[in-house]
Design a protein around this ligand. Sequence first.
Ligand code: RBF
Ligand code: MG
Length: 529
Amino acid sequence: MLSRHLRASASRGCPSNNPISQQWRHHHHRRHARAPIAAASAAASTPAPPSPAGADPDPEGRRAHNARQAGAFSGPAVLETFSARQPPEIEARLARIARAATRGLANANANNAVSAAPPPPLRVVDVGAGTGCMVPHLRACGVEDILAVDVSEPMLTELRRAHSSAKTESETGSASATALLLGNTPAARTWCGDFVDLPAYMGPVDAVVFNAVYGNMHDPRRALLRASLLLRPGGRLVISHPLGRAWHEALRARDGDAALVPHALPADRAALAEAARGLPLVVEEDEFVDEGGQNEEGLFCAVLSVPPAYALDARAVPAVAAATSAGSGGGNCGGAGLAAGTPVLRLEAPIVRGFGRGSRQLGVPTANLDPRALAAGGLPLDPHALPRGVYFGWARLMAGEGGGGGDDDDYSVHPMVMNVGVRPTVNVGGQEDASVEVHVMHRYSASAATAGEQGGVSGQQQQQFAEFYGARMRVVVTGFLRPEIRFDGLPALLSRIKADIGVSKAQLLDERGGPHFAARRDAFLSSSP
Ligand code: RBF
Ligand code: MG
């Protein structure tokens, strides 16, 4: 959305002794006169679907905030200003942002392709797209499918007009412009609304770009969460501002702009890592410069990425090294069958009684690992030590003292998905303790034998792991999927758990040499208790 600020200044010439602030202020005054009308129309045209990023902690505040944003950036004067051309030095920065967003993506798509067929086209979500200043630059980087998202419908209308397919060839001067068409439609599609409401079926995408909008969002943290759920593994997330962080801070400090731009841009790598803490996102080394959060040109461009194949990343999960070496499994890298340097987390603990909801309410029974044993093994249930969220890997129930009945298969290695956290969807008052719960993708015979009819709710189903209370379970964790989310009720939670199970299974059972499949042979799982 700050692209509007940029447009407002740059479109008036952006002279070398650039009084950007004065230009913005001029623009600022004009738009205030028009804001109420535009806000009303924007509110009417903006859909309000249930939030896919989990229950909304502040729906009223968000609605008001978005109406204010839409109003501020929808008036005719603003549109006129923003539609004007950028000076070349700004265009060069936008081009650099587009390159940062797409770096390495096409190669990765080609490498992941099952056959020699051409890789799938790059798909990018341009958040706060405005009138589309990023569109030609993303196209120049080979992006075929751009989804432009903005709270202002008038801005998007202008974007569609300016970047229609008819104009594509003359704009890019490229003879291959027709190759930029997707499904016989213009390469840029638009979606009006708050990015955190973007339907999940719009994904997955290769990159999400927050250009000149991060500070304007109601809750940037939820936006990063939403982006991480929408991105494919290995996908990239860019937070950028072509006028730099200092300019952005000066804008925020100005009277009247604080409400419109409530959030600062991350000042350095540590702040960026903190903004993404607990999300499946790692800080990329390129582009971002610590000095004041901008490079030598004054460009602010921070890049995060989703670890390929959801692999655990020691940078994203700092506890991997500590927790693992303190556990009973040895180092955090390698192990039998694992490529050197593969981060893994090895845990062992007795199974304890949980709340029984997993089986009774969800049909997804979980073995709760004794938190005291985990803490003793060097893994306190502390989100700083291990981000709360959903992990996957392999599990084995250890035969031995405490173990119940069951057949041999109950004691072999099975794929598993693990939730670490406080279960905010069901633990509404937050009274219950944090837990580490393992759902093993195996139907245990000891329970199955005594369970009631299909779909029935028998005492045994309620307590699938009751037979095994006291038995020890070992898990080798190789993947991190997502943070823990407070969903709007059990059906939403269950849908997402089913998706987690599906994604995990696909990763774990992929024999083509990913980090996850090999981990089933980890020595920690094959050795005796
Ligand atoms: N509970 C939540 O409140 N939010 C979650 O995002 C969440 N994700 C889960 C993912 C998996 C794969 C599993 C097995 C459980 C998850 N849970 C989550 C915990 C769930 O609420 C819990 O298993 C049941 O309530 C039984 O204790
Ligand atoms: Mg349980």
